[in-house]
Design a protein around this ligand. Structure first.
Ligand SMILES: Cc1cc2nc3c(=O)[nH]c(=O)nc-3n(C[C@H](O)[C@H](O)[C@H](O)COP(=O)(O)OP(=O)(O)OC[C@H]3O[C@@H](n4cnc5c(N)ncnc54)[C@H](O)[C@@H]3O)c2cc1C
Length: 577
């Protein structure tokens, strides 16, 4: 069975040393509760839960899958008990607003825990995974009554949430949805239609499920301007706010799929189900975007979690597996052969995984600070800047981390040789699970259009400049530091090239609008590589500083430099620096 140890030392390096989370939290209203000791204790406990409770259910959940029995879905054995422990431990409420029963800790902290959940059991993690986004959508757009009815339950985790967008004939183009919402005499709506591919659409983990459903009112304008959002509970809340009468929404069937077998992907049939309008009529897509943006970052974290899991197991295997001798002569002469980690190509694969895991973690934690500031910051200018950066980085986090996540989990299989292809080792499951992350919550192609078309070109490059200026300032400040020249020089070049590239696509797009679509995925991947290059340079700066002062963890900090070097020499080098 694959093993996993939460990379707590690396997480603390990024949080405490590189991105100065202690100061970040101290400045955040409510963040003062997240002292380094509290953060440390939460991370330790989260790591224990992930390893001891979730990891043992990952392979069994994959093999057993979900079952539809009498119109109700049963999650794999052990999932329900693990969820009960999760709720009992107060994990769902960690970062929620105290007004609705939350603990009010910064959202970034929940994101770190999410990485551990995704590393140990992605399919399980998707049951509570969408509740946070559903709660967020209701908090921003729901009525006081809706908040009172649903939010506390979602926050405590006794109810979970879903996101019902996709229909058989449309996923990307939601303007085409056919699900109808007809007003009823009691002020509610009768929702009728079929949604497909609904993650955690039905299950036995929680007492109730709140579906957030996109549908069209009878007089709605055509296309995406005519979409409204509705809350449709599986059980209608009774006068005490507890699950009452069963609503007319059922799981019609479960999808048989390539990965995440432990998560129920449901066809959901709405048959005049009672629904409640959330937000203004015809403004549903905007409301849903509150949920989708959170979910997109969440999917990027799925990519990161899977890379880390694959890397840890590939590394352990490479140290253990004996095959052939090193090209330069035996490294373990007392053994029948050398461990495969001596072979440069095996190290290339491991370092690729390591670089994407560490770089991905830096990217997620950097973005998480923007989320904290947008949610809780008090300085208007700082909030606006964080919001711009968050908008720019969200498609990069989602698409870049899931693309390299698939690449890195594939490398994990390769390190295991033929054994990687065999179920028992768990490496092929990580590839199968990683494959969906490039598709749902908007495919890589759609994230790329969002980045290049909406975020960069529509703002005349202004949103990009907010970020490239930050990189430029860093490069200028370190220009004369010979110890960082190997990183800062290529980074400055890349950063300049990013602006030039954007300009050149923008110019071409003026005469041929198809140019944006043609360039977008390459552009997004380029953006991801440059963003990680910036973060690796910052990590190298921190490592150099600690090594200069002397440390008894010299090997850890030297490894930081080695990984940054590998990233620059072997991964970024492909894009022509
Ligand atoms: C396991 C699983 C779980 C899911 N969970 C949920 C869920 O919980 N809730 C939910 O609502 N949905 C969910 N989905 C649906 C998922 O979000 C969609 O499958 C995805 O958004 C793509 O939509 P589609 O499958 O209809 O593909 P299509 O929209 O038909 O796209 C097909 C291809 O065309 C490309 N394409 C389409 N339009 C453009 C364009 N303008 N420019 C460039 N390329 C384009 C796409 O990138 C893609 O490569 C899930 C799907 C799966 C498989």
């Amino acid at each position: 069975m694959p093993d996993y140890q939460a990379p707590l030392r690396d997480i603390r390096f990024v949080m405490d040393e590189m991105l100065d989370y202690p100061t970040h939290y101290a400045r955040l209203p409510g963040g003062e509760d997240a002292s380094p000791d509290v953060v440390g204790a939460i991370l330790e406990e989260g790591a224990r839960f992930a390893r001891e409770v979730l990891l043992p259910l990952n392979q069994s959940g994959d093999r057993e899958g979900c079952r539809l029995e009498g119109g109700n879905v049963k999650a794999p054995s052990g999932f329900k008990a693990a969820y009960a422990q999760f709720v009992e431990g107060g994990w769902p409420s960690l970062a929620a607003d105290p007004e609705h029963g939350g603990q009010g800790l910064p959202h970034s902290l929940a994101m770190v825990l999410n990485e551990m959940i995704c590393s140990t059991n992605l399919a399980w993690g998707m049951y509570p995974g969408l509740s946070h986004g559903a709660a967020d959508a209701l908090r921003h757009h729901g009525t006081d009554e809706q908040k009172a009815t649903y939010l506390t339950k979602l926050v405590e985790g006794t109810w979970t949430g879903t996101m019902c967008l996709t229909e058989p004939h449309c996923g990307t183009d939601l303007g085409l949805i056919k699900t109808r919402a007809v007003p009823t005499d009691d002020g509610a709506f009768a929702i009728t239609g079929t949604k497909i591919f609904i993650s955690a659409g039905d299950h036995d983990l929680a007492e109730n499920i709140v579906h957030l459903v996109l549908a069209k009112l009878p007089d709605a304008p055509e296309g995406s301007k005519g979409i409204s959002l509705f809350a449709v509970p599986k059980y209608l809340p009774n006068a005490d706010g507890e699950p009452g009468e069963r609503n007319g929404v059922v799981c019609g069937s479960l999808e048989n799929k390539m990965g995440i077998h432990g998560n129920a992907t449901c066809v959901m049939n709405f048959d005049a189900s009672k629904g409640f309008l959330v937000g203004a009529p015809n403004k549903g897509l905007a409301c849903m975007f509150t949920m989708m943006n959170a979910a997109r970052i969440g999917v990027g974290i799925q990519g990161l979690g899977l890379i880390e899991a694959s890397f840890q197991n590939a590394l352990a295997y490479a140290r253990d597996r004996l095959q052939m001798r090193a090209l330069s002569g035996a490294k373990a002469p007392e053994k029948v052969a050398d461990p495969i980690i001596v072979h440069p190509d095996v190290r290339r694969m491991l370092l690729t995984q390591k670089a994407f895991a560490e770089g991905g973690r830096m990217l997620v934690l950097y973005t998480a600070q923007m989320i904290d500031i947008v949610e809780h910051g008090t300085d208007a200018a700082e909030k606006e800047r964080a919001d711009t950066l968050l908008g720019l980085l969200t498609p990069i986090v989602k698409a870049f981390l899931t693309e390299v996540g698939f690449e890195a989990t594939n490398e994990g299989v390769q390190v295991f040789g033929g054994h990687g292809f065999i179920q028992e080792w768990g490496m092929e499951q990580l590839v199968r699970d990683a494959r969906i992350t490039r598709l749902y919550e908007g495919t890589t192609g759609i994230q790329a259009l969002d980045l290049l078309g909406r975020k960069v070109l529509m703002s005349q490059g202004e949103s990009l400049k907010v970020f490239t200026r930050e990189i430029h300032k860093f490069c200028q400040a370190e220009e004369s530091n010979p110890e960082l020249a190997e990183f800062v020089r290529p980074l400055a070049k890349l950063n300049q090239e990013w602006g030039e590239l954007t300009m050149s696509i923008g110019m071409k797009a003026m005469s041929d609008r198809e140019e944006v679509g043609a360039a977008s995925v390459d552009y997004l991947m380029y953006a991801g590589y440059v963003t990680l290059a910036y973060l690796f340079a910052r990590a190298a700066k921190q490592a150099r500083a600690v090594l200069a002062h002397g440390t008894d963890e010299a090997a850890f900090y030297r490894a930081k430099l080695d990984t940054a070097r590998f990233y620059y020499q072997r991964l970024v080098d492909f894009i022509g620096v």
